[in-house]
Design a protein around this ligand. Structure first.
Ligand SMILES: [Zn+2]
Length: 352
């Protein structure tokens, strides 16, 4: 298949960046030197005996104490601990700083490392980034990323397409909400929601439909069941709510409430923020399609974290990520394999 213009441009950027990186860091030893230099600047090169006078040969991962002669691995206690192929690790950081997120297969090919190592290098970075995501991050609805779910994972239900993973989560969430609603079935739906505050002109039916929606998407059929209203009334209420900008229609004829986002993030209901979110989500879709064509639900959160790193220029500056590895506890292989995106996918709202 012929490559798109964007893919060709990406290939060129990757080659150029690789050449620039290779001029700075040619070997794993060069990478060790950089890490050692940084730790020394931070006054973190110190023997267990307390002595800071040490000897080290160029390219080595250890230093020797001038006082007690003990040998110390200086990457111990950082996310570089026990990590082979330091050059590839620093390379992936170097690329990310230039907004180039590499797939494991690209890392393997460029840096000549095994596919398992490449995968762990890429996962490592994404997991560390994901941990730093602020609490104020927005909660996404599954539908906003559903079309990107393209690959199966061990979390995908057997003999079902990749998207089944997201569908199961949506069902779980809507069931737990249905239980909650069933618990207070005597009270009117609208009592749970302060609809009047911002949409005083709605009819009772419209309020009921709105109240039955949440940030979990529902189809018109779901809404008929939940509200007990006839399909015609539900349909016309949806049209009005849509015109009032209270709800949005998602692919597949499903609807969610717009205003619920306010709860999970720094969003106000300003049209500006919604425009910003739309731009951000579009960029995320482009980002995924360009870097990996499509992803599994299991790893979606990691891609969101990498994307966030690339676009949030007010949070991420040069060397931040390199330093973050130095301040991060070692990551075990177990941690990597066990990562599963939480039911609630998150992405900070940033302007791009
Ligand atoms: Zn010592």
């Amino acid at each position: 298949m012929a490559k798109s213009e964007a893919e060709v441009a990406l290939d060129i950027a990757i080659k150029k960046t690789y050449r620039a990186f290779s001029r700075r860091v040619r070997t794993d030893g060069d990478a060790s030197d950089l890490i050692f230099k940084k730790l020394k600047q931070q006054k973190r090169i110190r023997c267990q005996c307390g002595c800071m006078k040490v000897q080290r040969s160029k390219g080595s991962r250890v230093f020797i104490c001038m006082t007690c002669k003990a040998k110390t691995y200086f990457t111990a206690g950082t996310a570089y601990e026990g990590a082979g192929r330091l050059r590839a690790r620093l390379g992936v950081i170097y690329f990310a700083e230039r907004n180039l997120i590499l797939t494991a297969s690209k890392v393997s090919q460029l840096f000549k490392v095994g596919s398992g190592t490449a995968r762990s290098i890429v996962l490592n970075q994404a997991i560390i980034l994901n941990e730093t995501m602020p609490d104020s991050a927005l909660e996404l609805t599954g539908q906003e990323v559903a079309s990107l779910i393209y690959r199966r994972s061990c979390e995908t239900p057997a003999r079902r397409p990749p998207i089944a993973e997201q569908e199961e989560i949506d069902n779980e969430v809507s069931q737990s909400e249905a239980c909650k609603n069933a618990g207070n079935s005597e009270t009117d739906f609208t009592e749970n929601v302060d609809v009047d505050g911002f949409a005083p002109d709605l009819s009772d039916a419209q309020k009921q439909v709105f109240a039955a929606l949440s940030n979990v998407s529902r189809s018109a059929d779901d809404l008929c069941i939940l509200t007990g209203l006839p399909a015609g009334i539900v349909g016309s209420s949806l049209v009005i709510l849509h015109l009032d900008n209270l709800i949005e229609e998602l692919p597949g004829g499903r609807y969610t409430r717009i205003t619920l986002r306010e709860k999970s993030g720094p969003l106000t209901s300003s049209p500006n923020d919604f425009a910003m979110l739309e731009v951000l989500l579009n960029a995320f879709h482009t980002f995924i399609k360009l870097t990996s064509k499509g992803v599994s639900r299991k790893c979606m959160q990691l891609y969101l974290a990498q994307f966030w790193y690339c676009v949030d220029k007010s949070r991420w500056h040069k060397n931040d990520l390199f330093n973050l590895y130095l301040d991060h506890a070692p990551l075990g292989h177990q941690d990597l394999r066990n990562f599963v995106s939480s039911n609630r996918l998150k992405l900070p709202l940033v302007s791009i």
